[in-house]
Design a protein around this ligand. Structure first.
Ligand SMILES: [Zn+2]
Ligand SMILES: [Zn+2]
Length: 450
């Protein structure tokens, strides 16, 4: 079912088609969405994050202010409309602006700091539809508001990494990290003015977008994807040579803590992120093969944003990840989503004596929390194994005449195709070991299976 492919705006006779750039989440794909949400909730709870949902639309100014009027998002990609009273509203293009608006509006600075929030929400951007990129897309995101310390950034990056590990796609991505400094005159402003000077007189070699960026948003010149702009960006001044004392120390500590946590990273001086509000840390998880084109997750520190939005100066750090892209990667990697009604073991038997043994064995397995089925009504082993195949069980236990005589059972690993002979009295214990204790304990509705 091609629910996440875009067929564009075809019209077939009188049949309605969905608008370009949006997709239906059909049942097979929903299993992935559900699993991802479970993993996110599980990891969030584990580290004390609580869930927030902000409205699908906000006053347009919320995004214009927070994201920055000169960004692609605000200038080209927002779904903005007037309501019946003529107020300008916008469907949320990202999650941080609304979360920060809510933090300020609900006086969350009076709570214990930092306030740790997460969301799983749909977002909207009038973007050019392409593989894994939609005009309505889901993101999960985490925000830590109220404290500034490299340890918070490190912890958050570690969390982002852990979730992708849980989802089985971590191996495809590599963390890119950079510091874009702060608003201290000697720090980013100094860099920006040198950057502008560098581009002065070179405008002719830039793409149309970058020509205007020289004036409006010079930082973005560094992450233009077009060849000519990239050649110039290589030669441009580097932020890391301009970091003020505080920013340099902050970044050094962050990298040190990431090493401590065993998180692999690449220092990337062209990484700036598309949004104006970032300070110091910026990071993205890039596809190892395709680079930035297929990033699944990104974020950074935004120490100036809460003040910019009308709150008291409050440091913060956060990230967001694109669920459709993750699903895409999971499907491509043939990662099967565990389901609570998945079965663990199929029990097959040959002969009446074996059937008797199997009947008690099945009861014992079930009592031990192992989801077990058999086909006691079918006599031929072939018919039984065909049956087992249909349920895609990871293990099959086989008891035949020989096994009854030897008081043993065969445990067959269906994926590997290997098997071993185990004493009949040890089967339940062995099965528990093979399935993993954790797997059985967490194998209940609403919980995540690893
Ligand atoms: Zn600085
Ligand atoms: Zn360009």
């Amino acid at each position: 079912m091609a629910d996440m492919q875009d067929e564009g705006e075809m019209t077939t006779g009188n049949m309605f088609q969905r608008p370009k750039g949006v997709h239906d989440i059909l049942p097979d794909t929903h299993e992935y969405f559900t699993f991802i949400k479970k993993v996110v909730r599980h990891r969030a709870r584990q580290s004390g994050f609580r869930r927030i949902s902000t409205p699908i639309f906000e006053f347009t100014d919320v995004f214009a202010r927070a994201v920055g009027a000169d960004t692609d998002i605000v200038s080209k990609e927002m779904y903005t409309f007037q309501d019946r009273k003529g107020r300008s509203l916008t469907l949320k293009p990202e999650g941080t602006a609304g979360t920060v608006r809510a933090y300020i509006q609900h006086n969350m600075h009076t709570l214990a700091q930092p306030v740790e929030l997460y969301y799983i929400e749909p977002h909207f951007r009038y973007d050019r539809p392409q593989k894994g990129r939609f005009r309505q897309f889901w993101q999960y995101g985490f925000e830590v508001i109220g404290e500034s310390d490299p340890a918070l950034d490190a912890q958050l990056i570690y969390l982002a990494q852990t979730i992708t590990e849980d989802l089985g796609v971590a191996g495809l991505f590599k963390l890119q990290i950079n510091s874009i400094g702060c608003m201290n005159e000697k720090c980013r402003p100094h860099f920006m003015s040198d950057l502008k000077n560098f581009y002065f007189g070179k405008e002719r070699s830039l793409c149309a977008d970058c020509k205007t960026r020289v004036e409006t948003n010079p930082l973005r010149l560094l992450d233009c994807k077009l060849e000519d702009c990239r050649i110039l960006a290589e030669l441009a001044p580097k932020m890391k040579d301009y970091l003020c004392e505080e920013c340099r120390e902050f970044h050094k500590q962050l990298l040190d803590l990431l090493k401590e946590l065993g998180v692999e990273y690449v220092e990337n001086s062209s990484l700036v992120r598309g949004l104006d509000y970032y300070t110091k840390t910026v990071f993205e998880f890039w596809d190892r093969a395709l680079g930035a084109q297929n990033a699944i997750c990104g974020g950074g520190r935004y120490d100036g944003l809460i003040e910019l939005m009308g709150g008291a100066p409050t440091p913060a750090v956060g990230f967001a990840a694109g669920i459709e892209r993750i699903v895409d990667n999971m499907k491509r990697e043939k990662i099967r989503v565990p389901k609570k009604d998945d079965l663990h073991v199929f029990v097959a038997q040959l002969g009446y004596e074996a059937k008797k043994k199997c009947l008690t064995l099945m009861t014992k397995l079930r009592e031990a929390g192992i989801k077990t089925i058999g086909a006691l009504g079918k006599d031929s082993i072939k018919a039984q194994l065909r049956h087992a195949d249909r349920f895609q069980v990871p293990y099959t236990i086989i008891i035949g005449i020989t096994e009854v005589r030897d008081k043993t059972a065969i445990i067959r690993d269906m994926k590997r195709g290997s098997q071993e002979i185990v004493a009949y009295g040890k089967v339940v214990e062995e099965m528990k070991k093979m399935l993993g204790k954790e797997r059985l304990d967490t194998y209940s509705p609403g919980e995540v299976l690893y």
